[in-house]
Design a protein around this ligand. Structure first.
Ligand code: NAD
Length: 405
């Protein structure tokens, strides 16, 4: 069993740390966010992720999992250090690598032995090389540092399940011995592993995410055409999806993709394409289609009110960018709320997990009883029956095809 440190306790870092401790490794997670670390130390996960709290408590209890704000303490015993910090989108579309660069410096200034740095964050081709350069430039001890690219594919809302049952683990290493070591780390999970070099591993992540985003935008364009020509897009998706070469997953039409990954990762690969004189035309189009879905949905609501929503009570069911998560990053709900409020609408919203927006109320009933129309924005399972019931009595704009019509 190995001694591991994980930098960043967000969706990826925390889940990685917890699962590695569950399979027997000793893991110290580090974060610069004091509130997160406080909460984690008390056994409470700062993010909503089914199954995470129980697993966390169990491994804290077994002394295999701990949390700290001190890089020195985290790296004291670690032979492997994971980087799982954010890589948000910058103005240009390229990922902002400032957290990555800082994490690299933190490693250089605080490790005390030879270390394998495993990069879980989604980063553009060449970033692992950059991390190596930064670490070597700032190292203050005589240690050998190897870098391995190990991109993450978990889905928020299923993060624990996905980590135990991943389709594959990608290990991008320049040295066979170092790649073997990381393969050994994951061995208890008994998952398929694909070995490659660092740059290919970095690209696999972007190419995979962009492909899924394209699939979503594709079905959304088909959905819009189906609506015009009187065809059920859900039947079309089922018919397409039964072809094993296509598959049914990611053929769910609606408000499009959101969240912390697809929007920024599609922008990042599009940027990389532009920078290298190789425009990513399909991906650029998928990005446009995705935004248009939200605009078209908004326009349907505005049309219903003859373009005048001043003082209109509009209820929103679902805020998170998808069910089973509390993540609001790039959620269509945010765009819709902003646009409706800007036009003078009175917006009330309910989400089973997201509770902190000013428009949030305590129950679905409160939204239904006080609204003129309902916008179904996130397809939480618990909305299914309610939406079916109320759709007989009031107007529901079904952004997720929950009513199947
Ligand atoms: P996040 O924003 O939820 O968490 C990042 C954490 O890193 C934060 O808690 C932050 O305080 C901490 N941090 C930043 N700099 C630090 C430093 N120097 N030292 C210690 N802690 C530091 O991010 P996330 O959603 O977990 O994503 C992390 C990476 O994984 C991103 O590159 C993302 O694209 C990728 N990814 C995310 C998902 C997902 O579903 N969220 C899936 C696959 C890949």
């Amino acid at each position: 069993m190995m001694n591991v440190a994980v930098i960043g306790t967000g969706y990826v870092g925390l889940v990685t740390g917890v699962v590695l401790s569950e399979i027997g490794h000793t893991v110290t997670c580090i974060d610069i966010d004091e509130n997160k670390v406080k909460s984690l130390k008390s056994g409470k996960s700062p993010i909503y992720e089914p199954g995470l709290d129980d697993l966390m408590m169990r491994n804290i209890g077994k002394n295999r999992l701990s949390f700290t704000m001190s890089h020195k303490e985290a790296f004291k015993e670690a032979e492997i250090v994971f980087i799982a910090v954010g890589t948000p989108q910058s103005e240009s579309g390229a990922p902002d690598l400032s957290y990555i660069k800082q994490a690299a410096k933190d490693i250089a200034l605080n490790i005390i032995r030879d270390t394998i740095v495993v990069v879980k964050s989604t980063v553009p081709v060449g970033t692992n090389d950059l991390i190596k350069t930064i670490i070597e430039k700032h190292l203050i001890v005589n240690a050998c540092v190897d870098i391995v690219s190990n991109p993450e594919f978990l889905r928020e809302g299923f993060a624990i399940h996905d980590t135990f049952h991943a389709d594959r683990i990608v290990i991008g290493a320049e040295s066979e011995v170092i790649g073997d070591k990381i393969e050994q780390l994951y061995k208890p999970l008994k998952l398929p592993i694909i070995r490659t070099n660092r740059r290919s591993a970095e690209m696999i992540k972007y190419a995979a995410n962009a492909f899924l985003a394209v699939k979503i935008s594709y079905i959304n364009e088909i959905a819009n055409l189906c609506e015009k020509v009187g065809v059920s897009v859900l039947d079309v998706a089922d018919g397409m999806g039964m072809d094993h070469r296509i598959g049914r997953a990611f053929l769910n039409p609606g408000l499009g993709y959101g969240g912390s990954c697809f929007p920024k990762d599609t922008e990042a690969i599009a940027y990389l394409g532009r920078e290298n004189g190789n425009p990513m035309t399909i991906i650029e189009s998928a990005i446009k289609v995705n935004f248009r879905q939200q605009q078209l949905f908004l326009q349907k609501v505005l049309d219903y009110f003859n373009d005048d929503v001043i003082g209109k009570a509009i209820g929103i069911l679902g805020l998170a960018f998808k069910p089973n998560t509390d993540d609001l990053r790039e959620a269509p709900s945010i765009y819709l709320i902003e646009e409706l409020k800007k036009r003078g609408a009175l917006v009330k919203a309910y989400d089973p997990v997201v509770k902190h927006l000013p428009c949030c109320v305590d129950s679905v009933n409160e939204v239904i009883e006080t609204s003129e129309v309902i916008l179904l924005v996130t397809e939480w399972n618990e909305f299914k029956e309610i939406v079916k019931e109320i759709s007989n009595e009031m107007v529901v704009f079904d952004g997720r095809y929950m009513l199947k019509k």
